[in-house]
Design a protein around this ligand. Structure first.
Ligand SMILES: Nc1ncnc2c1ncn2[C@@H]1O[C@H](COP(=O)(O)OP(=O)(O)O)[C@@H](O)[C@H]1O
Ligand SMILES: [Mg+2]
Length: 307
């Protein structure tokens, strides 16, 4: 045991060796992460302070839209509490990740050619709850990032756990040189707090915000009339206030939930739907911002509360 004597901290020889070994292992892992991430041109983390706003749906649909645009795309599910990215991309829980002789893992592949890595693929079944403490979760994420060999990618989309607390922060910090964040919200009052907190989060990480996507924006009835179920317009307004690009609106569509629940990729099943068309436009905006304009840190106009 370590103990203090005379005000100094004493560490036994054995302890010193163990600490040194652990530090070497972490260093080795971080080097692997840096090496892997260097081969990926744009690394985008998708965040929201609220769960259930469609973050994973937006992540996977945007991935599919970018892939259809001819980009090499990967999706990393960092939401270890409720990994859902693999299911939304039609991959079953427990599918596994193929290991190579050198110990690295090959991501699973979902149509249209999206590489996927997720804790969900490594769990034996859906029902096993992940009651992990923060440190273990972070370690699992770190190991996946170190040992999954993505190869060369144009885009890696990272589905962060909901919230902007320590867990999301730690995970976002593991990834070197993030291109920026995409914020997902639903309209109305919720949008204000989601965008505000996300901007504050980006500020702490000194990473740009690429833009805001408003999901569940409206519902179009079969007679063509539009209903603003969750309110109207707030997300665009608040994005403008912060000087963040507004990337687009995705309507409510019951077929989205049906597709997501039955392991079908909505974007590919219903390419002519309003929601899928919205994702094509969102993908074009994202490409323009990250590839041509260069994502910018938000303007710090209004007061931002730190969490
Ligand atoms: N635009 C939409 N219209 C209808 N259902 C949606 C829409 N976006 C997401 N959903 C559904 O809402 C639920 C939550 O979405 P999800 O992407 O899992 O949210 P989050 O990742 O933010 O927790 C899922 O059942 C999903 O299928
Ligand atoms: Mg999710």
């Amino acid at each position: 045991m370590s103990h203090r004597s005379g005000g100094g901290l004493r560490v036994s020889r054995g302890e010193y060796k163990a600490i040194a070994e652990r530090m070497r292992a972490i260093q080795d892992q971080q080097m692997r992460i840096v090496r892997n991430m260097r081969r990926i041109r744009y690394k985008i983390a998708v965040i929201s302070t609220k769960g259930g706003v469609g973050k994973s749906f937006v992540t996977t649909s945007l991935a599919a839209a970018l892939a259809l645009k001819g980009k090499k795309v990967g999706v990393f599910d960092a939401d270890v509490h409720g990994p859902s990215v693999h299911k939304m991309l039609g991959l079953p829980t427990g599918l596994g990740l193929q290991a190579k002789p050198d110990g690295t893992m090959i991501p699973a592949v979902a149509p249209p050619g999206i590489k996927v890595a997720s804790i969900g693929l490594l769990l034996p079944q859906d029902e096993i709850p992940l009651i992990w403490r923060g440190a273990i979760k972070t370690r699992a994420i770190r190991e996946l990032l170190a040992y999954v060999d993505w190869g060369d990618l144009d885009y890696l989309l990272i589905d962060l756990p909901p919230g902007t607390g320590d867990e999301a922060l730690t995970i976002a910090q593991i990834i070197p040189r993030l291109t920026g964040f995409i914020v997902v919200t639903i309209p109305s009052e919720v949008a204000k707090s989601v965008v505000k907190k996300s901007v504050s989060f980006a500020k702490r990480l000194e990473a740009p915000v690429i833009g805001v996507v408003e999901n569940m924006s409206y519902y179009r009835c079969s007679d063509g009339s539009i209903h603003y179920i969750f309110g109207r317009g707030a997300a665009e307004e608040i994005a403008e206030q912060y000087g963040i690009p507004f990337l687009g609106r995705v309507p409510l569509d019951p077929r989205i939930r049906e597709a997501n629940d039955s392991g079908k990729i909505f974007f590919l099943e219903y390419p002519d739907s309003e929601a899928s068309k919205a994702f094509i436009e969102i993908a074009e905006k994202v490409m323009e911002i990250v590839e041509n304009v260069g994502p910018k840190p938000p303007k710090w106009g209004p007061q931002i509360e730190e969490e």
